[in-house]
Design a protein around this ligand. Structure first.
Ligand code: SDX
Length: 473
């Protein structure tokens, strides 16, 4: 670890101490046991409380405020690991040896350059588009550049998916909780490449595509930002780490050791988070046997929403709207009276402090002080004042605390990123969790198909249009 970055590691270690102060280390038994399908769960609107699948990739302890990747605590991974190592961990389930990590890093570096995708992005109206729309279309261009799926003579090799006839059973069946998926993959017959394709083209699922997406979604986001701001697209630097290369490709500047370390921690913090809306969206698409590029594209689409990944961008606008720490109390009172959702606060699962906010808050303070900018300082003071106001008023009863999006925007702006880049940067990290969970789910795939309670009318009699009584408008 570089000399100057020791202070950052201490900051993370202190955040962990605060998080675990006086807390038991007891996972929630209901969410960390072996499962025997079918399971009973009490489900609310928005699938609240629903158990969609089992997973070893990660665990969010909402009551204690923990985040675990493959058994490792997020604070330890931020303090001692790197984003590349965390991607390996999420994908393969164990920390790599030095040799494994070096070979994985080489694979990622090899896949950073995306000339074909950039060529197609240049033809897309990027300047008039939302940055996440550019990122989403970029994943489709990546699919075309990296796989043989769009080749005229390629037919998806469905023989590798053995479909039982259970699928034809009408929906009214009671789930038998079959251990075996309706679709099972005959592993021996992975989707084989058509004979006459370029050897560099990858199968639409599997390791190569997971690496391609982890590595190249960052390149797409960077190229999109450069084209959106009429700047020259910067080629990736194979000498730089994933975090440093990301900053370099977006800003044109190679970061200091401290900036690189902070970017690496941000990428680790955002990499995975259970089956949140965007991860679930990508799993639903993958479960139809569509390919991993389409699935990641749907994750990008879901993450864009202001209730999800899009909140980080709106937090900064909200802080600018408040204008000064003295305005916070009145602003908060008005927001409550208008029943406004305060961006960067609340969470479906965390009913305690989001551990990621525990790291991002001090990182924001560190960068604001290092920047010496009075503007940044004021924004941070407004954020702290708002955090206090919300926690005092909504923390105890409604369990509303800052989430990952509350301080991330301040950190991003101190690192020189534009507000439009905040949500794409979330996606650049989260693609690791999306592909790891898609790969895991496809091992025992079952198409997602929840049901609704029908509350509409029944037995309506059809009346020909000329007999219908005209409703006077
Ligand atoms: C992310 O799921 C994940 O893991 C997501 C994520 C990830 O890593 O993938 O953690 C990333 O998306 C973080 C969340 C970013 N979004 C925001 O910051 C937007 C503001 N937050 C809210 O919209 C809300 O808290 C959600 C969407 C995050 C959670 O919504 P829920 O679980 O559906 O909760 P709810 O909207 O039903 O609210 C329950 C109550 C309501 O009050 P009552 O109607 O019962 O009186 O809490 C209130 C809400 O009004 N409430 C808020 C609030 N969040 C909840 N009130 C004011 N401000 C808020 N932010």
């Amino acid at each position: 670890m570089h000399e100057n970055t020791k202070e950052i590691t201490e900051l993370v270690v202190n955040a962990k101490k605060q998080a675990y102060e006086g807390k038991g280390i007891v996972p929630e038994p209901a969410f960390t046991k072996n499962i025997k399908w079918p399971v009973k769960c009490i489900v609310g609107p928005g699938l609240e409380g629903a158990i969609a699948c089992e997973s070893k990739v990660g665990y969010v302890n909402g009551s204690q405020g923990w985040l675990i990747y493959r058994g490792y605590d997020i604070f330890d991974l931020c303090a001692y690991s790197t984003y590349e190592e965390v991607c390996y961990l999420l994908l393969f389930g164990s920390l790599p040896s030095e040799k494994q990590l070096n070979s994985f890093k080489k694979d990622l570096i090899k896949l950073r350059s995306i000339p074909g995708t950039i060529g197609l992005l240049r033809k897309f109206p990027i300047k008039e588009s939302n940055a996440m729309a550019t990122l989403r279309i970029g994943t489709n261009f990546l699919r075309r550049e990296s796989t043989y799926l769009d080749l005229p003579d390629y037919k998806p090799d469905t023989t590798s998916a053995i479909s039982a006839d259970e699928d034809s059973i009408p929906m009214e069946t009671i789930p038998k909780g079959e251990r075996h998926a309706i679709y099972e993959f005959d592993k021996s017959k992975n989707t084989k490449k058509p004979d006459n394709v370029d050897k560099n083209l990858y199968s639409p699922s599997g390791y190569d595509s997971c690496c391609r997406l982890i590595s190249s979604v960052a390149s797409v986001a960077a190229a999109g930002e450069r084209l959106r701001t009429s700047q020259v697209v910067i080629k990736p630097d194979p000498e730089l780490s994933h975090a440093a290369n990301l900053i370099y490709m977006i800003t044109g500047k190679r970061p200091t050791a401290v900036e690189e370390r902070i970017m690496d921690i941000i990428l680790i913090l955002h990499a995975d988070h259970g089956i949140n809306a965007s991860t679930f969206a990508s799993l639903v698409v993958a479960s139809t046997l569509s390919d991993i590029y389409f699935a990641v594209g749907s994750g990008v689409a879901a993450l864009n929403g202001p209730l999800h990944g899009g909140a980080n961008e709106r937090v900064l606008s909200m802080l600018l709207e408040i204008g000064s720490p003295e305005n916070v109390k009145d602003w908060f009172k008005k927001a409550r009276s208008e029943k406004r959702k305060i961006m960067g606060f609340g969470h479906r699962v965390y009913k305690a402090y989001d551990p990621r906010a525990r790291v991002l808050g001090p990182l924001a303070e560190f960068l604001v002080n290092a920047s010496g900018s009075s503007e940044n300082k004021k924004i941070f003071e407004i954020a702290k004042a708002l955090e206090n106001e919300v926690v005092i008023n909504l923390g105890k009863d409604k369990k509303i605390f800052p989430n990952v999006d509350f301080y991330s925007g301040i950190v991003y702006s101190c690192l020189g990123f534009s507000q439009e880049m905040f949500t794409p940067l979330f996606a650049v990290s989260r693609v690791a969790g999306w592909v790891a969970r898609i790969a895991e789910y496809l091992e025992h795939n079952r198409i997602f198909r929840p049901r609704t309670i029908y509350t509409g009318p029944l037995n309506k009699k059809y009346i020909p249009i000329n007999k219908r009584i005209k409703k006077v408008k």
